[in-house]
Design a protein around this ligand. Structure first.
Ligand SMILES: [Zn+2]
Ligand SMILES: [Zn+2]
Length: 161
C-alpha cells in the first residue's frame, strides 16, 4: 500500500514582489492603465492556500472591502493567465480554478463531487514520463496530470455518515 498522500505544500518559485514587478512591466509595455484590482487579485491568488474560482476571488475582494464584480475578476484573470502570471485548472462542475503560475511543477487530484483540489509531487511519475519520452527519443517539455476522484469526505457523505 502506498502511504497516504497528504496535501503537500507546493513551493512557490518566485516572490510576490518580483511577480508584481513583472506585472507592472507588462502593464507599461502594453500601455494599459495601472489597476490596483489587478495587483490585488494577483496577490490574493499568490497568498491563497487553495485554488480559487473567480467567484471565490470576488468574495475575498469583498471581504477586504475592495468590491470587484465577478465579471471584472474574470476579465482580470483572463489577462493574468494570458501573460503567464496565473494558471487555471478545469474543475468539471465548478468551472475554472486559479493558482499562481510560479510554483514547482506538480499534479492535481480533483474531486468531481465537491471540486476540492489536492496537489502532489511524485518523482516516480516524473521519471516514468521521462523514460517514455526518452524511449521515443523525444524531449519532455511539460506535462499535465489530473486525477479525477470522489474524495473521502464526499464518499462518507454519499454513504450517509
Ligand atoms: Zn469531494
Ligand atoms: Zn496546483
Amino acid at each position: 500500500m502506498a502511504s497516504k498522500l497528504s496535501n503537500q505544500e507546493i513551493k512557490k518559485t518566485e516572490s510576490l514582489e518580483s511577480i508584481l514587478n513583472k506585472l507592472r512591466q507588462v502593464v507599461v509595455a502594453k500601455k494599459l492603465k495601472t489597476s490596483k484590482q489587478r495587483e490585488d487579485i494577483l496577490s490574493i491568488i499568490y497568498n491563497s492556500k487553495v485554488h480559487l474560482s473567480s467567484e471565490g476571488i470576488a468574495a475575498v475582494m469583498k471581504n477586504n472591502n475592495k468590491n470587484c464584480s465577478v465579471s471584472s475578476v474574470y476579465r482580470i484573470l483572463q489577462f493574468l493567465e494570458t501573460y503567464g502570471f496565473v494558471s487555471s485548472i478545469d474543475v468539471d462542475k465548478s468551472g475554472k480554478k486559479y493558482e499562481i503560475a510560479s510554483k514547482e511543477p506538480h499534479y492535481h487530484i480533483i474531486c468531481l463531487s465537491c471540486g476540492n483540489i489536492v496537489e502532489f509531487i511524485d518523482t516516480d511519475i516524473k521519471n516514468k514520463q521521462l523514460e517514455i519520452a526518452e524511449s521515443l527519443q523525444f524531449q519532455l517539455i511539460s506535462d499535465n496530470l489530473r486525477l479525477f476522484v470522489i474524495c473521502d469526505k464526499c464518499i462518507k457523505k454519499q454513504k450517509g455518515f
